[in-house]
Write a protein that binds this ligand. Structure first.
Ligand code: 5GP
Length: 204
């Protein structure tokens, strides 16, 4: 069995991270999604415990105090964080755990978990990115502008990631991520007792 690992997907708002992750999970039912906690209110159609754990600021700060987050960040005026216990349990079982988080959170993980795999999702063009944020229609004009400004800043972080994937056509972006996973699983460092396994299969 190969060892479990964290698969981090980041990218500016509007790159289609949500859509890509959903399709990735649909096509790969073995990948486990880490549900984040947030102080942001649910958008239409979002379900508590499925998209996010929607909690208030006080509860979030208590969880920070109890060291319950693997990472957390303050993004677009709200807290977002990855509950630690669930993720670590799944990794220890040998699972691949998908985290869809912002660059600040990803950099915290990079410091503490060297074995995580970091993927940065990019839009085909910045113009397309703005169109996608506007088309989503869930944000006020002020929010849209803030997210677009943040997108420019976030692009500076791409150099800290292991891979970049362009999300032009969702299916292609997902296939690229699947290729990355396949290669990562074959890394020698993620396998235990390779020689013994080969010898068990017979031969010399
Ligand atoms: P949204 O409000 O659009 O769902 O998410 C806003 C940003 O927060 C996105 O960039 C998303 O990736 C990020 N985010 C979601 N969950 C987490 C988390 O647990 N930790 C961090 N650091 N960022 C998160």
């Amino acid at each position: 069995m190969s060892k479990g690992f964290l698969l981090i997907i980041s990218g500016p708002a509007g790159t289609g991270k949500g859509t890509v992750c959903k399709e990735l999970l649909k096509r790969n039912t073995n990948i486990i999604f880490s549900v984040s906690a947030t102080t942001r209110g649910p958008r239409v159609g979002e379900i508590d415990g499925e998209n996010y754990f929607f909690i208030d600021k006080e509860k979030f700060e208590t969880m920070i105090g109890n060291d319950e987050f693997l990472e957390y960040a303050y993004v677009h005026t709200n807290y977002y964080g990855t509950p630690k216990k669930f993720v670590m349990e799944e990794i220890n079982k040998g699972e691949i755990v998908l985290l869809e988080i912002d660059v600040q959170g990803a950099m915290q993980i990079k410091k503490n978990y060297s074995e995580a795999v970091f993927i940065f999702l990019l839009p085909p063009t910045m113009e397309e990115l703005k169109n996608r944020i506007i088309k989503r229609g869930t944000e006020s004009e002020e929010d849209i502008n803030r997210r677009f400004e943040n997108a420019f800043k976030e692009l500076d972080f791409v150099g800290n990631y292991d891979y970049f994937v362009v999300n032009d056509i969702v299916e292609d972006a997902v296939s690229d991520i699947e290729s990355i996973i396949k290669a990562e699983k074959l890394r020698v460092k993620r396998q235990s007792r390779i020689k013994e396994k080969v010898l068990l299969k017979g031969g010399r």
